[in-house]
Design a protein. Sequence first.
Length: 223
Amino acid sequence: MIRCFIATGNAHKVEELRGLLGAGISLGSQRDLETRVEPDENGATFEANARIKSAAWARHLGALPDGSPADWVLADDSGLEVEVLGGAPGVHSARFAALDDGRPGNSPDAENNAKLLRLLDCVPDERRQARFRCVLAFTPVLPGAGDSDLQARTRCFDGVCSGRIVRAPSGSGGFGYDPLFVPDGYAQSFAELGEAVKRRLSHRARAAEALRQYLTTIVPAAR
């Protein structure tokens, strides 16, 4: 059994990754610990931020006096890239609306979606291409290891789902920008398609599948 800690407090991401990674992997998360690690996610890319989170939590777990509850840390950084906006909101996806007035922390999904629709209001349908991108960083917990060593031992797995942004939200499922994003080959948003379809198509699903393939090379039981 692979003991893995997911470095997020986002309940939606935890449940999605738990479903995607499946059997053979024991998953814990920030919700299972009283302590919190809040690294400065100042990277310019999803990979940089995922690495920062993963290494910071691996270092923290490795220093716990009673031992680490996991052997590996898995950190996710993901978001929406809209072509006509030059890749925005990108790494700022979760706090897109808050950027306007400098508020700390993430913005409510409704505010982020409203801002995106305002920016795209005059953009014709044929130019509303976008993609969800996810990077999963996977770091071993090594007691006593420094940040540079943990970063060197971190493996990253990328996943992309392409589609387009529609003109109004639809559907009640999912989270984030799901009500506005229609994946290529479909007429419904992620918020309408349901979890079964989303898990097959999503950026996080594709990154998780790449991670699963890697796990089978290091732990046969993960097959």
